[in-house]
Design a protein around this ligand. Structure first.
Ligand code: AMP
Ligand code: GLY
Length: 396
């Protein structure tokens, strides 16, 4: 299949890796050095680059929210991902909360604060800015004073935005992703990312410092998560905005069962990296089937065992990216795969250039083996200011 991949980060490197293993002819609109040998960089406008391909696969959320799938569909080019209307499940938290409540999905109680509306907290809330915020527009507050400060900070950042205030929930988190064709949902293995910057889940939220799959979760809880995704797909179809692409439910496993925290309308980054290394079949027919409204089956085939992805970042991440020579990387083996994210080749030299530089995935028969292999790989990375969490996958 001739496939154009949009996006040049770690998630897209993992998609390119798994598609290239099955012999597809890949073209890239952007590419970091990790993509070398997997396909051809065509660059330019995705609409031009999409001429003559069988499928366009869109990694990041911004082009989805901007309607790239709609534009391609109007030209008769199948594209994997939701329409702009369906992508609102990620791009607007206020829309999503109303959708979840309308369809009776388990989620945190919430209220919306209009721009400028007077508000004084009487207890702790989670404060969320509406709109895409790259994982940064969320404040989980410990008490009323912190909530008032967070509201002030959110309003200073975006005076015209609505704010969503949510009840604070407690529990472990799990990312459950499903491939959708507008009517059906086929789940991927449950995964977990580690969003906080520092060990012990401390520090600021980031795009993700690492991810593991599969996560130990009870069958009953997993069934609830799958049911929420299925009902979400049914709800979107009933509202005239059918969901195609990958629907990612972020769930909190509370004492009273799983509750939906958020949707993403794309593969998680870094969840995509361990998931793609565990996939045991060709992904392309699934992506094309999703785009055309007909998934080719009911279940995906997975390798036995587990995968653990440790993200190597710049020291100053999430505030600052790296700018250093990337002097050494581990070599890929059957149970270690290196995905590149914030890297570039400058005058022949490989450099660490972004916030999240690498995703090192270890595979193993069990979680501990996968984790040990990932960290053995991380130990071989050399660039000035390399940083990582040491507890990715420490408790699954
Ligand atoms: P979101 O972007 O909405 O998923 O929020 C980012 C992170 O903030 C989540 O992964 C949770 O760790 C945390 N969070 C969001 N909403 C809540 C909530 N209602 N209660 C507790 N933590 C939350
Ligand atoms: N890993 C979370 C995300 O992709 O937003």
């Amino acid at each position: 299949m001739r496939i154009l991949l949009v996006g040049g980060g770690g998630r897209e490197h993992a998609l390119a890796w798994v598609l290239a293993r099955h012999g597809h002819d890949l073209r890239f609109t952007e590419a970091n050095p990790g993509f070398e040998g997997l396909g051809r960089l065509v660059g330019g406008d995705p609409l031009d680059a999409a001429q003559g391909v069988d499928l366009v696969v869109i990694g990041p959320e911004a082009p989805l929210a901007a309607g790239l799938v709609d534009t391609l569909a109007a030209r008769g080019i199948p594209a994997f991902g939701p329409s702009a209307a369906a992508a609102r499940l990620e791009s607007s938290k206020v829309y999503t909360k109303a959708f979840a409540l309308r369809h009776g999905l388990p989620t945190a109680a919430a209220r919306v604060l209009a721009p400028g509306e007077r508000f004084r907290a009487e207890h702790a809330w989670v404060v969320k800015l509406d709109g895409l915020a790259g994982g940064k527009g969320v404040w989980v507050c410990a008490d009323a004073a912190e909530t008032d400060a967070a509201v002030a900070q959110a309003r200073a950042a975006r005076p015209d935005a609505e704010l969503l205030l949510e009840e604070v929930m407690v529990g472990a988190e799990v990312s459950v992703l499903g491939l959708c064709d507008g009517a059906r949902m086929v789940p991927l293995l449950p995964a977990r990312d580690h969003k906080r910057r520092f060990d012990g889940d401390l520090g600021p939220n980031t795009g993700g410092m690492g991810a593991v799959a599969p996560v130990a979760i009870t069958d009953a809880d997993l069934a609830v998560c799958h049911d929420v995704l299925r009902r979400s797909v049914a709800g979107m179809a009933a509202e005239g905005t059918p969901f195609r692409g990958v629907l990612y439910g972020g769930f909190m496993l509370t004492a009273t069962g799983p509750r939906l925290l958020e949707y993403n309308v794309r593969f998680g980054d870094p969840e995509c990296q361990p998931l793609m290394t565990l996939l045991d079949e060709d992904l392309a027919p699934w992506l094309l089937g999703s785009a055309l409204g007909q998934l080719p089956g009911d279940t995906l085939r997975w390798k036995a065992g587990a995968a653990c992805c440790v993200v190597v970042t710049a020291e100053g991440y999430p505030e600052r990216g790296a700018d250093a020579e990337l002097r050494a990387l581990p070599a890929d083996t059957a149970d270690l795969v290196v995905f590149q994210a914030g890297t570039a080749r400058v005058g022949g030299q490989l450099r660490a250039t972004g916030g999240r530089v690498l995703g090192i995935v270890g595979l193993g028969a069990d979680a501990d083996t996968a984790r040990a292999r990932a960290y053995a790989g991380v130990a071989e990375v050399r660039f000035d200011g390399a940083a990582w969490r040491t507890d990715i996958g420490a408790s699954w």
